[in-house]
Design a protein around this ligand. Structure first.
Ligand SMILES: C[S@@+](CC[C@H](N)C(=O)[O-])C[C@H]1O[C@@H](n2cnc3c(N)ncnc32)[C@H](O)[C@@H]1O
Length: 256
């Protein structure tokens, strides 16, 4: 693949912390517990810069996903808007999406990248479309699929119903830390200089910046994996990075 952006979503179950981040705008910031810089600015930027420009199909997909028990997993619209801008800036034509859920970032990618007009020819039973989208949970993808079809961009997408560890031939018992760092190593091999990887959820519900005793016991392992991964990216001289506090935190890496 010559040009592509790879996007990876941390693979773990939804976190209530992320739900809190995503729901701040719905609840408003007037209660004492919500009255914070983060809450008001998040609300402001969504209302001012994001919702007025969000394509109707993305609004529809977000509405369809809102009752899903793991709705908090969905890419935040402000993070999505930023991703779409990056896709345009680097003129991405091919992408890999790891972790689709109901397809918010998948649909925004399909709406953003140009249609290459090429017939997608299967190779060894795998169809190489412009967007390779991988998720272990096909049922979530099927929730958003009618909106993707209605938007007229389904032909750009090859959804692969797969556990990513199978693709990378990793043992599923490996720690998320090693899995995520392994993704990064694999993705760097595919990227040409100037190619971009965007990682979502790198603030992991804000837990990466919290003292350990604020974090619920069950989150400690994934929090420490996220902290390690952020350090790993910060120390990786092969990429230029920027970690942006939009949504649940996105880290952009440009291959040097
Ligand atoms: C944070 S969500 C992705 C959000 C999505 N990009 C969006 O725009 O709404 C993470 C997704 O990764 C998937 N996932 C988790 N573990 C996985 C694995 N081992 N292999 C493939 N997909 C996995 C989950 O099923 C879930 O849909």
């Amino acid at each position: 693949m010559k040009e592509f952006v790879a996007q990876l979503m941390f693979v773990k179950s939804a976190m209530k912390d992320i739900a809190k981040t995503n729901n701040l705008t719905d609840k408003g910031c007037s209660s004492k517990t919500n009255r914070s810089h983060v809450c008001v600015t998040n609300n402001y930027l969504l209302e001012t810069s994001v919702y007025p420009r969000e394509p109707q199909s993305l609004k529809e997909l977000r509405a369809l996903s809102s009752n899903h028990p793991r709705a908090a997993m969905g890419t935040a619209p402000d993070a999505g808007q930023f991703m779409a801008l990056i896709l345009k800036l680097i003129n991405a034509k091919k992408t890999i999406e790891i972790g689709v859920f109901t397809g918010y970032s998948l649909l925004l990618t399909a709406l953003t990248i140009p249609d290459d007009g090429k017939e997608n020819i299967p190779y060894k039973n795998v169809q190489f479309s412009q967007i390779i989208a991988i998720d272990v949970d096909k049922s979530a993808y099927e929730i958003g699929l009618p909106v993707i079809e209605k938007a007229g961009v389904k032909h750009k997408i090859n959804f692969i119903d797969l556990r990513i560890e199978e693709l990378l031939t990793l043992l599923s018992s490996m720690l998320i830390k090693s899995i995520t760092q392994n993704y990064h190593e694999r993705l760097l091999k595919l990227l040409k200089p100037g190619g971009v990887v965007i990682y979502d959820n790198t603030l992991w519900g804000g837990t990466v910046a919290m003292p350990e005793d604020w974090v619920p016991e069950r989150r400690l392992e994934t929090r420490s994996a996220a902290i390690e991964f952020n350090k790993y990216l910060a120390a990786d001289a092969r990429v230029q990075i920027s970690q942006v506090p939009l949504g649940d935190g996105i880290t952009m890496c440009r291959r040097l």
